[in-house]
Design a protein around this ligand. Structure first.
Ligand SMILES: *Cc1c(COP(=O)(O)O)cnc(C)c1O
Length: 488
């Protein structure tokens, strides 16, 4: 068949220049950042794939919305527009805006979780789990086993293993499980979707036991797109319809609008239960702001309302996921080990396979992210043992199966040419992978350590003469009590 290309459903109206640096500059920058890409200055970065959180490009309509901010302290018009958008596109009844996703997680966890409760989820997310633990709960992973193996191509690695949940219920009793937390898509598994069939079955099971489902809907449109592409019976349904159906099987949601909804800041808690809404509306004034702005300006809420509508358009989401898949296939074709299937918001490199000679204790994914930066100024992020943190009780490092580097693609920001440059950089590192050595941690913060931890190469690089100041890092203490991870 003749090749038929697709293209982005937009054209570019405003540009922001990016700058390349020299290898020498990058060597200095990564060393000064303690080999942690979170500590790099953005101006030292050429292509920034650290995260898709708050980094997407807003549309002309969203920017126009910014000018329509009704900056009233109470009852801003933009709040009601946001509430309307959430009711229309997601179907939840009550809305509490928050400054971003973790603000909603905080309030929800404080309201629903009691000391000693168990909170099952389809794999953990860093901030989500930390808020569950700070509220006295314990996270339990009930994702299907396939999710922990980067080589298995099962299309719905975000699915819940219902027998794992039944076991938890039998062991602890349904009254100890305030809710099941379901992420669409599962970030930490590599951007993997849950199927509608699995979600429906989960709804039946939780209904039987009177357990709520709370929806981490950060990337729900991407999940809906994968259902449309892959699940029987959904190929002729719109992403908009599928999104609403997903939400209909859940009782409430936390949202980081910095992802799917393409705003630079914003989030919300949405629930169907009026009592829970009243409690959340009361708590939000302590931590975020009044219940009609929740830490946001009116203009932010307007941009969010418009972004929500744009996020469920079929053409938009096909191009967004299509770009990620384009990069993923380029890497696959070059033999680079990546998590399969290719995710929806980023390509996740399997650092264990990429650098098999570096043991997990020496942070292979952390080092690989540093090497990719060094190679071409491309900034990525570790999603492995550093992000997994320590067990709160034993203080030992969590040793996750998945030791990954995430190349996260912001929405509507980079072009296909950028994807080519990124792929070539990763391929160059792969060709010289045997030279790459491990790291040791020299500073470990107590919470969400991956954000601020510092590292140092175990062996100095052959032609690196910049090691004189290493004592400062080497003398730092290690030994936080990170619960887990954190974020984005
Ligand atoms: C980003 C993210 C969050 C937290 O949202 P923030 O807006 O960064 O606070 C929660 N869950 C998932 C799956 C995320 O990707």
């Amino acid at each position: 068949m003749e090749k038929q290309s697709w293209a982005e459903p937009y054209k570019i109206k405003m540009v922001e220049p990016v700058f390349e640096t020299t290898r020498e500059q990058r060597q200095k920058a990564i060393k000064e950042s303690g080999y942690n890409t979170f500590l790099l200055k953005s101006e030292d970065v050429y292509i920034d794939l650290l995260t898709d959180s708050g980094t997407s490009a807003m549309s002309d309509r969203q920017w126009a919305g910014m000018m329509l901010g009704d900056e009233a302290y109470a009852g801003s018009r933009n709040f009601f527009n946001l509430e309307d958008a959430i009711r229309e596109f997601y179907g939840y009844r009550f809305v509490v805006p928050t400054h971003q996703g973790r603000g909603a997680e905080h309030i929800l966890s404080q309201l629903l979780i009691d000391d000693g409760d168990i909170v099952p989820g389809n794999m953990y997310f860093t901030t989500t789990r930390l808020h569950q633990e700070l509220a006295g709960g314990k996270f339990a992973d009930i994702i299907v086993d396939e999710a922990h193996d980067p080589k298995i191509t099962f299309p719905f690695k975000g699915n819940v293993d219902l027998t794992k949940l039944e076991k938890l219920i039998a062991e602890h009793g349904a009254e100890k499980i305030p809710y099941v937390c379901i992420a669409t898509t599962v970030n930490m598994a590599g951007g993997q979707p849950i199927s509608m069939k699995n979600l429906k079955e989960l709804r039946e099971l939780t209904n039987k036991h009177g357990i709520k489902i709370i929806h981490d809907m950060t990337r729900v449109a991407e999940n809906a797109f994968m259902i449309q592409q892959l699940e029987a019976g959904y190929s002729d349904r719109s992403v908009k319809e599928i999104v609403k159906e997903i939400c209909s099987y859940t009782d409430g949601a936390t949202m980081s609008a910095k992802k799917d909804a393409m705003v630079n800041i914003g989030g919300f808690l949405a629930v169907n239960d009026e009592q829970l809404f009243d409690d959340a509306r009361n708590l939000v004034v302590i931590y975020e702001g009044l219940h009609t702005y929740g830490g946001l300006a009116g203009r932010d809420m307007e941009a969010m309302a418009i972004g929500i509508a744009e996020s469920v358009q079929d053409k938009h989401i096909a191009a967004r996921v299509g770009q990620v898949q384009y990069l993923g296939r380029k890497l696959l074709d070059a033999g680079i080990p990546i998590v399969l299937p290719i995710g929806t918001h980023g390509v996740f490199i399997d650092a264990k396979q990429f650098l098999p000679h570096i043991p997990q204790e020496e942070f292979p994914a952390q080092q690989l992210a540093a090497e990719i930066y060094l190679e071409a100024g491309v900034r990525s992020m570790e999603r492995g043992v550093v992000s997994a943190g320590r067990d709160q009780v034993t203080g030992k490092n969590h040793m996750p199966e998945l030791e990954l580097v995430r190349l996260t693609i912001p929405r509507r920001v980079y072009t296909q040419a950028h994807m080519d440059v990124i792929a070539e950089a990763v391929i160059r590192v792969y060709k010289r992978r045997e030279e790459v050595q491990g790291l040791k941690m020299t500073y470990e913060p107590k919470y969400l350590r991956f954000f601020q931890a510092r590292f140092q190469p175990i062996a100095p690089e052959p032609n690196d003469t910049t090691h004189e100041n290493d004592e400062t890092f080497a003398s730092c203490t290690v030994g936080g009590a990170d619960s887990g991870v954190g974020q984005l």
